[in-house]
Design a binder for this molecule. Structure first.
Ligand SMILES: [Zn+2]
Ligand SMILES: [Zn+2]
Length: 336
């Protein structure tokens, strides 16, 4: 069964941090961080429905302009999420340009901005090309827990770690995945059809077991229609697997408090992308910059029980010595 998302670091382990996650076969992608994203092809940027920004240091946010340039006039909607001050910062970025012509564009662009704050508040605002990207529908509400975004097939959670400023660490959680078992389907006498899609989305959406599905199939005897419930069909024709979790953690000092937060957010994470900015030998420097050493990243990966570790955000000072960073993180993560 293919994974729901395939993920890749936008600029590899060096260069501006960023993770592109594409939904298999769905022409849709998510971005974590918006630094230099020119390494992504325009068709990939056009697929981005949601971008999650850990914090607004330039190497994580300067690429918003490029993304906007590509999608403007071509895509109707873009959702952006970030931490404290995010709505204002996005407003400032948009206010830097002249927009006297955009309200005439055939495809109007709505940018929906969501801001989350450690004190348990959230803010949402709309910037539309129809209104020359003036801020509208600005509203605040309480924010309980760590859910940033939720839909049928996946959710994204975020929690704050400490980088001198609050920074969002992310967990992209695929919901349980299902696939049709063709052998069992045939053995039950059914043929494929739209009902299978309906059954799969009902299961993924957590619909009640009694939800009716109209099973239609055709054989030599003609067309048949039978009403069955989700609970009856599920064990008969579906293979189910728990969803994978992908973690994206960058720009943090890695204090004990950070480690506790990440253990809650990412316990048992399948694939952990975590910054490894400095070597342990340069620990004093890492502390001044509120960044992780590769060793600390390895410790955190081990603590949360990561199954796969993907180190990134290497400092340019180690150019040509990337392996040293990678080895340091991997050694600690795998230590028995
Ligand atoms: Zn950074
Ligand atoms: Zn930073």
């Amino acid at each position: 069964m293919p994974c729901l998302f395939t993920s890749r670091l936008v600029n590899g382990a060096t260069g501006d941090p960023g993770l592109y996650c594409e939904m298999t076969g769905q022409r849709r992608g998510l971005l974590f961080d918006l630094g230099d994203v020119t390494a992504l092809m325009p068709r990939e940027l056009l697929r981005v429905s949601h971008a999650f920004v850990s914090h607004t240091h330039m190497d994580h946010f300067a690429g918003f302009d490029h993304l906007l340039r590509v999608v403007l006039g071509r895509q109707p909607r873009l959702v952006l999420m970030g931490g404290p001050g995010f709505v204002d910062r996005l407003g400032h970025k948009l206010a830097a340009y002249t927009w006297n012509l955009v309200h005439n564009y055939e495809v109007a662009l709505d940018i929906e901005a969501h801001e989350f704050r450690p004190e348990g508040r959230r803010r949402r605002a709309l910037f539309s090309s129809r209104d020359r990207f003036e801020r509208t529908q600005d509203e605040e509400a309480d924010w309980d827990g760590d859910l940033l975004h939720d839909e049928d097939q996946f959710r994204v959670r975020g929690r704050f770690v400490d980088h001198g400023i609050p920074v969002l660490a992310f967990a992209l959680e695929e919901k349980a995945r299902v696939a049709v078992n063709m052998a069992r389907l045939q053995a039950a006498g059914f043929t494929t059809g739209a009902w299978l899609r309906e059954l799969k989305s009902a299961v993924l959406a957590g619909a009640p077991g009694a939800t009716p599905i109209e099973v239609r199939w055709t054989d030599r005897g003609g067309e048949h229609v039978r009403r069955r419930t989700v609970d009856e069909l599920r064990p008969l024709v579906l293979d189910e697997r728990p969803g994978r979790c992908i973690g994206y953690v960058t720009d943090l000092c890695g204090s004990e408090a950070d480690a506790r937060v990440l253990a809650e957010l990412l316990r048992g994470v399948d694939q952990l992308h975590i910054e490894c900015v400095f070597l342990d030998a340069d620990r004093a420097h890492a502390e001044r910059k509120h960044h992780l050493t590769a060793r600390r990243a390895g410790e955190i990966a081990r603590l949360v029980g990561a199954r796969e570790l993907v180190p990134f955000h290497f400092s340019p000072r180690y150019e040509g010595r990337s392996e040293a960073l990678r080895d340091e993180a991997m050694r600690v993560w795998r230590a028995d």
